[in-house]
Ligand binder design. Structure first.
Ligand SMILES: *Cc1c(COP(=O)(O)O)cnc(C)c1O
Length: 228
């Protein structure tokens, strides 16, 4: 079933990217709550990028899986837990405060590495969500750009949960525009290479509006069971 789900998603991504000339889209398999054998199966099918939203879960899994997996932290991150993922995390998508970036800088320095991050934007302005308001993004990026062991690579958002995914089209357009605007400011040490948006429900629309990294859980692994 996993291989069919993967094939279906890859086909849809190709269909969407075929519409524009040089759009490349990375699939991050969101493996939260999912067991090691399922992750291994996807690994054996060629998937190397996995996303988790909890530090402990990611670290436990990392220890049981091949070293060349690229681990993406996509969930809200507490400052006191950065140290556990700093040695190995591939990218942190959920940076939403200067204080969190400062702690990542501290831990990345200790580990003698540069950690790529995305700035999480609450483009839907939802009270229940983490992420910066769009008007606060540039100011924080300018501060983070001075850090030597944190590298801003782009933006991330989780669009609202909607029945009809086309309802999120405008949010994705606003994200793309924000990314273009920041890029045109040519801030030193800041790139807008990554636009992380689109989940199971809305990834096709997100790609149509310029996403180049989709984070997909349910459509790949099936429904999550949080009670296990
Ligand atoms: C769980 C999660 C996803 C994946 O959601 P699905 O709807 O299962 O594809 C993507 N991004 C974040 C930040 C998540 O927490």
């Amino acid at each position: 079933m996993l291989s069919e789900n993967l094939a279906e998603i890859q086909k849809n991504i190709e269909k969407e990217t075929g519409k524009s000339s040089n759009q490349q889209v990375k699939l991050v398999a969101v493996s939260k709550t999912k067991a090691i054998p399922d992750i291994k199966q996807l690994y054996n099918l060629g998937v190397r990028d996995f996303g988790e939203n909890k530090v402990q879960e990611m670290t436990d899994k990392m220890e049981h899986l091949p070293e060349d997996i690229q681990w993406h932290m996509i969930g809200h991150l507490q400052r006191n837990k950065v140290k556990y993922i700093a040695p190995y995390v591939y990218m942190i998508h959920s940076v939403d405060s200067l204080r969190l970036a400062q702690e990542i800088e501290r831990q990345a320095t200790k580990n003698n590495r540069i950690i790529p991050i995305l700035i999480e934007v609450n483009m839907g302005r939802e009270a229940s969500k983490f992420g910066l308001m769009k008007e606060d993004v540039v100011g924080i990026i300018i501060e983070i750009s001075k850090m030597k062991h944190v590298k801003v690579e782009g933006l991330m958002t989780s669009a609202p949960l909607v029945e009809d995914p086309t309802d999120n089209r405008e949010i994705f357009q606003q994200m793309k525009q924000l990314s273009v605007d920041i890029s045109s400011e040519n801030i030193d040490n800041v790139d807008m290479n990554v636009l992380s948006m689109g989940m199971s429900n809305d990834y096709k629309i997100a790609i149509e509006e310029g996403s180049n990294l989709v984070r997909i859980g349910t459509k790949l692994f099936g429904n999550r069971n949080y009670n296990k």
